[in-house]
Design a protein around this ligand. Sequence first.
Ligand code: FAD
Length: 388
Amino acid sequence: MTHSFDALILGGGAAGLMCAIEAGKRGRRVAVLEHADRLGKKILISGGGRCNFTNLHCRPENFLSSNPHFAKSALAGYTPQDFIALAEKHKISYHEKTLGQLFCDRSARDILGMLEAECEHSRVSIFLNTNIQKVERAMEFIAHAPNAEFKAPALVVATGGLSIPKIGATSFGYDLARQFGLAIREPWPGLVPLTLSGQDRERYHDLAGISAEVTVSCNGQQFREKMLITHRGLSGPAILQISSYWKPSRPILIDLAPGAEVTAAFRDPRTPRNLSTLRTELRKLLAHRLADRWLEARAPASWTNPSLADFEKQTHAWSITPTGTEGYEKAEVTAGGLDTNELSAKTMEAGKVPGLFFIGEVVDVTGHLGGHNFQWAWASGAAAGRAL
Ligand SMILES: Cc1cc2nc3c(=O)[nH]c(=O)nc-3n(C[C@H](O)[C@H](O)[C@H](O)COP(=O)(O)OP(=O)(O)OC[C@H]3O[C@@H](n4cnc5c(N)ncnc54)[C@H](O)[C@@H]3O)c2cc1C
């Protein structure tokens, strides 16, 4: 059976639904083709079930891309305020958790429900359990599912990245791009815990569950947030953020006491210069077990000023080389993706293939933690939806 539309949208996630709503509002006959048995599964599990749906301070600097300017136009065309206005229209109650991150008060289901209601209002046709396996282009695009085919002059690829394969992530978007001769920036898992092995793992793994506010840096980027020690390595917001910038076999630098001077008390000549005093000072800044373990590994060689200065320096610049990441099973996003040089920054349409659009996570634009990835999905989806 063949279904004809003005535009086909492959993938009923955040980007695909926003694109469908915008195009539908403008009277286009749009179909969303989704291989799962329901829409927006990632929305439902996002933000610990409360969906961190945007960030008040979202700026182009919050994104990684081989072209840092690419996202600017779409982000300016659909802002966090635009999404907030939509959420408020649907009476979704929300709160700011920290650093401009907006979460639902109740549940991520509110956001998905809102998008579904908007799709219905815009007369968007939704096809679930529709696994698109092949796309051809003759006069129009033809998308083939096992029991049906869909035709339209425009096709939007919103199939997301490779993260969390168990809820439906596929490489379909990248495969399709290659089929049409479009370049891909090799994808890698982002916002993902880092793993340690050997001595480093031995030394810290039993501290799993302990966290510390740190500044972590690598590749010219730095983040000051919480770090969490895990059985396999390091996690927590600071590590997730830096993981998107980390490259295999490179060290990361961790400041365990940002903004503090651990050895300040030793400037007072009355302060006894010994391990017990240093432990007391370090325990004011770090969880006791982490402080003790750090001292076991890095106690000053002596109690001279240069030795104390060296200890201070090391505590602010712990260089540790992760041996890997926890991979796409645990990654919140996929970095890399469709090369932005292939797309119009205004409409997300591929220059070489008129009528073919790419939006959301499949594109080489990856947000920092904190609602930026959804903002990119909404903004790129809206940009394409307005161009259909
Ligand atoms: C655990 C977790 C928590 C997260 N929390 C947040 C958060 O709080 N805030 C935030 O900003 N970001 C968060 N993210 C990231 C965010 O979910 C993604 O960046 C965003 O969902 C990307 O939207 P998308 O529409 O591009 O892709 P997706 O949401 O992945 O949607 C792609 C859709 O395409 C479908 N599909 C794939 N292949 C095919 C095919 N061949 N045929 C038909 N359909 C197909 C998939 O089933 C899926 O529904 C989180 C991610 C994870 C994994």
